[in-house]
Each structure stands twice: as C-alpha cells, then as structure tokens.
Design a protein around this ligand. Structure first.
Ligand SMILES: Nc1ncnc2c1ncn2[C@@H]1O[C@H](COP(=O)(O)OP(=O)(O)OP(=O)(O)O)[C@@H](O)[C@H]1O
Ligand SMILES: [Mg+2]
Length: 589
C-alpha cells in the first residue's frame, strides 16, 4: 500500500543544508488540534545549544563506518588532525553543493564523487546516506525520550501516551526548488539507503517550506511581521542559506492556503561565499614572488582557520560602531614566521589597508567586512533580486541562517526602501518547521507555477514547408505524418491549480488494427517547444494503453489528462471505446 497517502502519526522533516542540518517533528494530533506544536531538534553537542548542526560527517576510513556527524564531527576531526591521524578517517563538509553541478550523475563514478579533506573520493549518495543515518539516529533517540515523557504523563493521568510505529511516520526531506531531477533523485536514493521507506518519503521545496513557516507563527508575531498571512497578502520569501539563495513568492488564500505567484528562482550565493571570498582575499594579499605563505598550511591548519573565521563571522552584528567589528585570525606558527618577513606596502598592494599584522594574529579591519566580504557577495544577490522581483507591493520575508546577519538586513532595507522587510524570530529553522507543515498537508499549496512544459509526443500531418524531412513517416493507409511533435498539456510558467485536471486532449491511433498505444511523456523548460528531440527535452514516463477493440479503426480515441498534485504529476489515459483507464504518476518531488 502507498503509505504516502495515509495519515501519518507523526511527520518528521529533515532539512539537510549545505552548511547546517536538523530535523523537526510534529504529531498529527498537534496539527489537527491546531495547537501547532512543532518540535525542533536540539542537543547536538555539548558546546552550545543550536537547532541545527553543521553538515559534516566523520567516517572511519577502512570500514566507512559512521563515527559522528555535525559539530561534534568537526571537533573530533580537529583533534584527529592535531594527532596527525587524518589518514585513518574520512571527513566531509559542504558535500550537498555537489548536487548543483550540471554534470552530476548518480551512477557514474566519474561524476558523483564527494571529496574528503584528505582528497579521497567517495560516491555522494554514500556520504549523504551516512549523514542522513546520523540524523535519523539522533531523531529516534529524541522521539524515544519524548515517548518516555508522554508515558510518564500518562501514568500521572495528565496526557495520552503516544506510540510511534516507524511505519506510521511521514518523512519530508527539503531540497532547493532550483535543483534538477537528478539531484532530487540523489537525495531520495540517499534517504532510502539510510533506511527511510520510499512510500513514506516526500520531498519539499525549500522556499515553499519557508513560505509555509508563517503558519506556525503566533498571531502576535504575524502581526508584528506586518500582518503577514492576511488573506490577499503577497510575500516573497528569500531563503538565505549557507550554500544558496532560494526565492519564491506566494499569495495567501482563504483557510491559510497559499498560491505561488512567482516560480522558484535562486543561485549559489549563500553565506559560504563570504568565507570563500575571505580565503581568496587572504591568498591574494599575501601572494609574493615566492608564492603564498599559506602554501605551507596543511589541510588541518586551513580547516581550523575556517572554523575560526566562521565563528567570528556569525558573531558580526553589522549595527555596531564600525571600529568594533573586526575579525582576528590566529595563524599557525610557521605561517606567522613567514608572514613576518613579508612586507607589504600600500603602493604595492591594493588590499594592504584592509588588514594589520599584530602579535596574536592577523587583524582584518571593519572596511574589509563591509566593503569586500559582505559588500560584494550581497551585491550579486541584490542585483539578481532586482531583476526578478515583479509583484508590486509584495513584502519580503527573509529566512535561513544568513538572514540572522544584521549586515544582510540593513542591505535589504537600503536596496528595497519601499518594501516591508520581515525577518521572523528564528529564521534559521523556518524551512524545517515549514517542511513539517507541508508533510502534514501536501495539498496546502493550492497552485504552483509549473517549471516545465509537459507533453506527450504525437504525430500530425507533415508540413513540407516547416517540418524537417527526417521527421516524415507514412502509416499503413498512406497518410504522410510528422513524428515527435509536442502536444502541450501544461506549459512552463503556467499557473496550475493542484489536483485539478488539466484540459483533456484526445489522440487517434496511427493504424486501424492497432491494439496498443504508447504514450511517452516529456518535460522541457522551453515554453514553445516543437519536437521532443529538441535540446533540453527529457522523457519522464511511458504509459501503454491497451485498445483491444479495433472496430473504430483510426477513428478511435484515447483521451489524455494530466493532474498536477502536491508532490506528483498524474497522467490518466482513457481508451474511449472500452472506457478503460490507464494511469501513472511521476513523483517529481
Ligand atoms: N549572523 C550571521 N551572519 C552571517 N552569516 C550567518 C549568520 N548566522 C548564520 N550565518 C550563515 O548561515 C548559514 C547557515 O544557514 P542555513 O542553516 O539556513 O543554511 P543551509 O540550510 O545549511 O544552507 P542551504 O539552504 O543553502 O543549503 C551558514 O553559512 C552561516 O555562516
Ligand atoms: Mg537551507
């Protein structure tokens, strides 16, 4: 039985970010009672209390057994590096970004590899499934604790105990909306390899989940956020993550349902770019005739500097007196010695005024942070947003960890002075909570803007003035036809109401005695495609329609209807002579 259609006892959402990951869970009762309690993962490490942990994985090299994930993996690996034992282990970080590569292929070992910090290559789905396994382990422990508490409450007669059978869970995994199907497929495969049953798993699009998050906010907070959620209000959600910026825009309908009013957009301009810009700058500043003093750094040295930079970066507030905002980077002894020899004069180096060498490390002045690091990264995002923002009067809602930054909020206010800019109390876990709500009701989104044009291929009368000769074919009655032609059912960028049938289209068999018709469904991003052999057009499913009664000859009809659902595209074909239905669904999430 397809579990994805049944009501789950609990919905558990996993948000596996390029930089941070976590999970949230909500019991069905808390959803239907509208108490709205959504629990977010905690207790990731002993150092500080966070809702998500860093997306890092430590494996034993020989056995590829998981040792630990998250910040604990980072800490552990740092000690391993100090002891010089890094070749006994495999350490992965930022591995999700591999899925943005256009040429990523799940089953091709030259195109699916994640790289560990010592340069070892391992298939991405193995790394991701081990990481998901770590999240699941933490999650199960947490739910058991929760169960115990419930059991205790029941014993005391105050509450019902909640028994969670793992076949009664609906799992939701979030993915960037702009990913292609290969990338989504890789996440699905990794989750299944980690032990999640396919029919209990749905994928949620990150910016859509972020848009749903507003439903979990208290009425006071919605009010504070400019009455976010009033029927008719429109808002653009910008999920500012570590790896990507994901954007969509929605309008609020009756009964808290949403209608997408702008297709998903985005790109790889997340907060990690600031770290990358910093490493690049450091390398550039200290480049000398003999190379960079950082060249003597081991991966372990760089790793520690990276952690320290990140720690200080997230501590920047953006609204303090400029002189209070600086980054001081401690350096490995050998680099420090070499740096002391490097004398950089203003006239030789255009970046010299950005930093100072002090006894305890490199001191990066405030102007480097605002102008060079945040300034340049944010400019790319602002230019992009200005080019896509169409909906007049839509408010902007910022979520994601990067939206915690005061510098980011100030920049939005400066670039979009006439729009209301809102950041919810905890933007870091917005996607997680929203994904949970999506799992409770995948139909909550009433309409989407289709990213693709969906079509079966058909044969039409051949037009010698337009159709290329290789498309010409002749059927057994001598009719000259053109094959591979698109018959558009859903067009890219079209608004589609979820679960509503798209207008049906009827097709005749080519031959009088044809007892089976094959319906190949394709997708393409092109709005006006011509032939299914055009570049960018991909076959997604094939349906075979039995047509045993041939009395109508070529006048028989097969009616094809497409239904766009919350998580799947359904295709229904009916042989009108027999009335028999042939259905299939394409799980595009
Ligand atoms: N105060 C801050 N200033 C700047 N950046 C911050 C701040 N707080 C968090 N970040 C950045 O936010 C990122 C984490 O945010 P989030 O968890 O939303 O990303 P993610 O979900 O892992 O990434 P993605 O959605 O792109 O896959 C990190 O890169 C972190 O550096
Ligand atoms: Mg994210």
């Amino acid at each position: 039985m397809d579990k994805s259609k049944e009501e789950p006892a609990v919905v558990i959402a996993l948000d596996i970010g390029s930089s941070h990951s976590g999970y949230a869970y909500q019991f069905r009762g808390d959803f239907t009672d509208k108490t709205g309690v959504i629990h977010v993962s905690r207790n990731w490490n002993t150092y500080n209390e966070t809702f998500k942990t860093s997306s890092c994985l430590l494996l034993e090299r020989k056995t590829q057994m998981r040792i630990v994930i998250g910040e604990n993996a980072e800490m552990r690996y740092s000690r391993i590096c100090d002891e010089g034992k890094q070749f006994d282990f495999l350490f992965f970080k930022k591995f999700k970004m591999i899925l943005y590569r256009e040429d990523f292929r799940i089953n091709d070992n030259t195109k699916n590899q994640a790289e560990d910090y010592t340069g070892e290559h391992v298939p991405f789905t193995l790394v991701m499934s081990k990481f998901i396994g770590g999240l699941l382990e933490h999650c199960y422990k947490k739910l058991e604790i929760y169960d115990e508490q419930k059991a205790k409450a029941k014993a005391e007669g105050t509450e019902q105990a909640q028994k969670i059978d793992d076949t009664n869970i609906r799992w939701v995994i979030t993915v960037p909306a702009i990913w292609n199907d290969v990338a989504k497929g890789a996440m699905r495969k990794s989750a299944i390899d980690a032990g999640i049953r396919s029919d209990q798993l749905i994928l949620a699009l990150e910016p859509e989940a972020a848009a749903l998050y507003r439903m979990s906010l208290s009425s006071q907070e919605r009010f504070r956020m400019n009455k976010l959620g009033n029927v008719g209000s429109k808002f653009m959600v910008v999920d500012m993550g570590g790896g990507t910026i994901d954007i969509t825009a929605v309008e609020v309908l009756e009964k808290d349902q949403l209608k997408q009013i702008m297709a998903a957009h985005g790109g790889p301009w997340g907060a990690q770019r600031i770290n990358d810009a910093f490493s690049q700058l450091v390398t550039e500043v200290f480049k000398t005739k003999d190379g960079s003093p950082f060249a003597s750094c081991t991966r372990a040295d760089l790793f520690k500097m990276e952690i320290e930079f990140e720690r200080q970066k997230v501590g920047l507030r953006g609204n303090l007196e400029p002189d209070e905002e600086y980054i001081k980077l401690p350096l490995p002894e050998k680099v420090w010695k070499e740096l002391k020899e490097v004398i950089i004069k203003d006239e030789d180096n255009k970046y010299a005024h950005y930093f100072e060498k002090t006894e305890d490390g490199l001191y990066f002045k405030p102007n480097i942070i605002s102008e060079k690091l945040f300034g340049e990264s944010l400019q790319v995002i602002m230019t992009y947003l200005q080019s896509i923002i169409r909906t007049e009067n839509a408010q902007i809602v910022l979520v994601g960890g990067f939206a915690e930054s005061g510098i980011v909020k100030d920049k939005f206010a400066e670039v979009f002075p006439s729009r209301s800019i809102n950041v919810p109390g905890n933007p870091f876990y917005a996607v997680l909570k929203g994904a949970d709500l999506y799992g409770q009701d995948p139909d909550i989104l009433k309409s989407r803007i289709s990213r693709f044009t969906y079509v079966p291929d058909v044969c039409v009368p051949f037009n010698p003035a337009e159709d290329p000769s290789e498309k010409k074919m002749v059927n057994s009655t001598g009719r000259i036809l053109c094959k591979d032609v698109f018959s558009i059912h859903v067009r890219s960028n079209q608004v589609v109401f979820l679960n509503e049938e798209q207008p049906a289209q009827a097709y005749n068999p080519l031959e009088k005695d044809q007892k089976q018709m094959r319906c190949d469904i394709y997708q393409t991003e092109s709005v006006e495609p011509k032939y299914v052999t055009d570049a960018g057009c991909e076959k997604i499913v094939v349906i075979l329609i039995e047509m045993p009664d041939v009395t109508g000859g070529t006048n028989r009809k097969v009616e094809v209807t497409m239904i766009y659902g919350g998580t799947e595209l359904r295709v229904k074909c009916v042989d009108e002579t027999t009335g028999k239905e042939f259905k299939t669904s394409i799980n595009y999430h």
